[in-house]
Design a protein around this ligand. Structure first.
Ligand code: NAD
Length: 370
């Protein structure tokens, strides 16, 4: 089979869907065509792909393959380079219905890896986790960079410096890595989430959990979420959370927000009033900015100072760690391919497989996910 690895064209997208490590494995059975320069932003030169067994080709050749490996969904021009019936694997955004329809129109068989269920068997292909982990790390790096004080407590001949207080809002994969990273830098950390099992995870990393008590069975039930994901909490619980967060935010030097609810706008957790109450020189990194942000003052793609607080709205944090983000993503892709390509290298799509069924967006001109 011909496998194409195009360069990503979306502004700011530095990752690439295959690395020399994964190309080497694929090239044992397939013809792999990597678009010239596809790995440059991720520190991979064409020669490294060629040494791994790939042929370096044009965009048309990479998109014209039977199986195309991408990070982001192709745009209209790129789709037009693809063959009807071609397979496409990437982070294709299952909630973008226009893109879904366009891919179906082109008769692509498209697999969106971010739609994989959070089950043990899917862990090795879980792109949300591999990328969120990197994003959580980078968010703390950005915060530390913007923060005009030390992170750890220091005792020097010139006096003592206090450790930074870090507040993490939303403790999924990204939040857990943010806690671990801030901890390594010596910060004192508090964290909040709606899902009760998170408390133990937060405490095991040496951070303090901000407990928002449940007042009704309904609140407790909604907080369990579905399939590991959060659901929107009732307004009354959100109000109590906001009050507690307001108090904790006043003491914080750095806040990293990561709270998301799949397919919805991100919940607002840090109000303008709370920002106003924060210490001058504090930093907020709003990781939910691409879903509208957890703070209404965050601006997409910008770092702004509001009420003396620096608010960072950098989207796509994994793309700022392009080399490792690509390595992990490419391994996720390779593991997924084992589900649709058999040991002899032949296509074998089992539509009854739980993971395949969840990620397959369209085939034969039909949208499979409504
Ligand atoms: P996510 O990116 O969807 O959301 C980030 C966090 O925001 C979540 O922890 C969510 O509970 C939280 N959140 C939502 N609304 C909030 C609010 N109002 N206040 C505070 N926090 C709020 O989450 P994720 O990183 O994708 O992880 C979701 C869960 O899936 C985690 O428990 C993770 O451990 C689990 N997971 C399981 C597997 C597996 O079993 N294979 C793989 C990856 C992740």
């Amino acid at each position: 089979m011909k496998i194409g690895v195009p360069a990503e064209s979306r502004p700011g997208e530095t990752r690439v869907a295959a690395t020399p490590e994964t190309v080497k494995k694929l090239a044992a059975q397939h013809e792999v065509i990597v678009q010239a320069g596809a790995g440059l932003h991720a520190s991979v030169i064409d020669d490294a792909y060629a040494a791994a067994g790939a042929r370096i080709g044009s965009a048309a050749e990479a998109f014209g393959a039977e199986l195309v490996l991408k990070v982001r969904a192709p745009n209209a021009d790129e789709r037009s380079l693809m063959r009807p019936g071609a397979l496409l694997v990437g982070m294709l955004n299952p909630f973008d219905t226009d893109n879904l329809a366009a891919m179906a129109d082109r008769r692509l068989t498209a697999f969106a890896l971010e739609a994989a269920p959070r089950i043990t068997r899917a862990q090795s292909m879980d792109v949300l986790s591999s990328q969120a982990n990197i994003a959580g790390y980078k968010a703390v790096m950005l915060a530390a960079n913007a923060y005009q004080r030390f992170m750890p407590m220091l005792m020097t001949a010139a006096g003592t410096v206090k450790a930074a207080r870090v507040l993490i809002m939303g403790v999924g994969v990204a939040g857990l890595q943010a806690i671990a990273t801030a901890k390594r830098l010596g910060a004192v950390i508090e964290a909040s989430d709606v899902r009760p099992p998170v408390k133990e995870q937060v405490e095991s990393l040496g951070a303090k959990f901000i407990d928002v008590p449940f007042m009704t069975d309904e609140e407790r039930e909604i907080a369990q979420g579905v399939g590991g994901y959060a659901r929107p909490m009732p307004a009354d619980w959100m109000r109590r959370q906001a009050e507690l967060v307001h108090e904790r935010a006043r003491l914080a030097d750095i806040i990293v927000t990561t709270a998301l609810i799949p397919g919805r706008k991100a919940p607002v957790l840090i109000s303008e009033d709370t920002v106003r109450a924060m210490k001058p020189g504090s930093v907020i990194v709003d990781m939910a900015i691409e879903q509208g942000g957890n703070c209404p003052l965050t601006e997409l793609g910008k770092t702004v100072v509001k009420h003396g607080v620096t608010i960072i709205g950098e989207p796509n944090l994994p793309a700022l760690v392009a080399a490792d983000a690509s390595s992990l993503y490419a391994r996720n892709v390779l593991d997924f391919l084992k589900l649709i390509v058999d040991k002899e290298g032949k296509l074998a799509i089992d539509r009854e497989d739980e993971i395949v069924r969840a990620v397959m967006l369209c085939a034969d001109g039909e949208v499979l996910r409504k």
